[in-house]
Design a binder for this molecule. Structure first.
Ligand code: ATP
Ligand code: MG
Length: 160
């Protein structure tokens, strides 16, 4: 895999720009809480694909005047990227299934939610597995969802 130094906050800003219109249409606030200096050694394309899918979900399944917040934490051993929303949430039963290909929560429970193929989270899960990482989803119906992707710092720390 081609690993490069990625300025994560910039990548998040780029995705926010792409999705700014759909977010504004629902009065959803996009918050980039990633440290401006945070550099990750990673496959840039995989990271973009992960961000694209998680942020698009956080916007699509949000509620009017909601918020999407992307944050980042790191330790010597691993880094974690979290996309949190104040959206419709996912029931306990559905939480175990949303990573399956083509699985979408019943559209009646999702209100009139928009289009999708049900592949986004399955793709994220594959990419994260390829990076030897883990996904942790927390959600509460009517309150929101947070998806955390944790990847080991299995490679040399890039120079500052
Ligand atoms: P695609 O991403 O392929 O365009 P999709 O968004 O329906 O379609 P996934 O991203 O795999 O597919 O998500 C699967 C299902 O999980 C969604 O249809 C939705 O019901 C639920 N879901 C995913 N993310 C969220 C979220 N942040 N809040 C609430 N429900 C979610
Ligand atoms: Mg999706």
């Amino acid at each position: 895999p081609k690993l490069t130094k990625v300025l994560l906050a910039d990548l998040v800003d780029e995705q926010f720009e792409v999705m700014q219109q759909s977010a504004a249409g629902q009065s959803i606030e996009l918050v980039n809480a990633v440290d401006q200096h945070a550099v990750i050694l990673a496959d840039r394309d995989k990271l973009i694909e992960i961000l694209k899918n998680l942020i698009s979900n956080a916007i699509k399944y949000n509620q009017p005047n909601g918020q999407v917040r992307v944050s980042y934490q790191q330790t010597a051993a691993q880094w974690t990227l979290t996309v949190a929303d104040t959206g419709i949430g996912i029931s306990q039963a559905d939480q175990t299934r949303v990573f399956e290909r083509f699985y979408r929560v019943d559209s009646s429970r999702n209100k009139q939610v928009v289009t999708g193929t049900g592949l986004g989270l399955a793709i994220v899960a594959e990419l994260v597995a390829a990076m030897k990482g883990q996904i942790h989803l927390e959600s509460q119906r009517g309150v929101g969802t947070s998806v955390a992707v944790t990847i080991p710092q299995s490679h040399a720390t890039p120079d500052r």
